[in-house]
Write a protein that binds this ligand. Structure first.
Ligand code: IPE
Ligand code: IPE
Ligand code: MG
Length: 251
């Protein structure tokens, strides 16, 4: 197989002025938003959920096909127990409150990350949200929860090794496309654009494999203040970029 064919899946059908098909967001800055107002961090997380809701609406209006929201990382367990509990509670509340509307609007919901370590009730809710929306086609909302890029890769390697052991695939047949099918994001296009709010300029273990050729937009706005205009600005910045995928481009 030629090298260009082997990595063909990292070049999605967008860029060069086109709108991104898949936008992934590192929703950062809830704590600082709360602190600036003399509030508890949890108040920031609650406003963060409101901003996430707005982003879901904005993504639909902007014609995005996939929106991935980084909501809780495998490293976020290092936070105080109370904050971790609040974040779990907010995901639960989000599913309970928003599932009927998402279902009605035709949004397909998928949770990526290690679901095994979630509480039984959260697991049940997540399964319900995924099942009840699996045939929806308006667009796909991927919630990255208990998600870590390295953790996902290790789980995918294990799953691929199991498949070899069972005789389902040959080790020699594992290429980039085959391997992608063992990731939590199997079937989804790679993100074209990754937005991180709050002024931090790092990826914090987000979509390490999938974002290999994504464009990054770092916005200074704190996540609870992120609105449809900020979303549109990030997309405009993306559209002005030239994606070359290692080639020489149009110049
Ligand atoms: C993002 O906001 C939400 C999560 C990581 C769950 P933070 O809680 O990280 O907010 P800052 O970075 O402390 O301001
Ligand atoms: C990244 O934000 C994780 C999420 C937004 C869920 P963090 O606030 O946890 O990242 P670091 O610790 O600043 O790298
Ligand atoms: Mg943070």
């Amino acid at each position: 197989m030629k090298a260009a064919e082997k990595s063909a899946h990292i070049a999605p059908a967008s860029g060069g002025g086109a709108a991104p098909r898949h936008v992934a967001i590192i929703m950062d800055g809830n704590g600082r938003w709360a602190k600036a107002r003399g509030l508890e961090r949890t108040a920031g997380h609650r406003e963060g959920v409101a901003a996430a809701r707005r982003a879901v609406e904005a993504a639909r209006d902007l014609g995005v096909e996939y929106l991935t929201l980084y909501s809780f990382s495998t490293e976020n367990w290092r936070r105080p127990a109370g904050e971790v509990r609040d974040l779990m509670g907010l995901l639960k509340q989000f599913i309970v409150d928003d599932l009927p509307r998402l279902r009605k609007e035709g949004v397909r919901v998928r949770v990526i990350g290690d679901k095994d370590n979630l509480t039984a009730d959260l697991k049940t809710l997540v399964r319900r949200a995924e099942r009840e929306t699996e045939n929806n086609t308006t667009y796909t909302l991927q919630i990255a929860f208990n998600y870590g890029g390295r953790d996902e890769l290790v789980r995918a390697v294990r799953a691929a090794a199991d498949a070899v052991k069972r005789g389902d695939i040959e080790a020699d047949d594992i290429d980039e496309a085959t391997f992608s099918r063992f990731l939590d994001t199997a079937g989804a296009p790679d993100p074209d654009l990754v937005i991180r709010t709050s002024g931090e300029r790092r990826t914090s273990n987000f979509l390490n494999w999938q974002a290999a050729y994504a464009e990054y937009v770092f916005a200074d706005v704190l996540w609870p203040d992120f609105d449809a205009d900020a979303f549109a600005d990030a997309i405009a910045e993306y559209k002005a970029r030239e994606r070359r995928y290692g080639g020489v481009g149009d110049a």
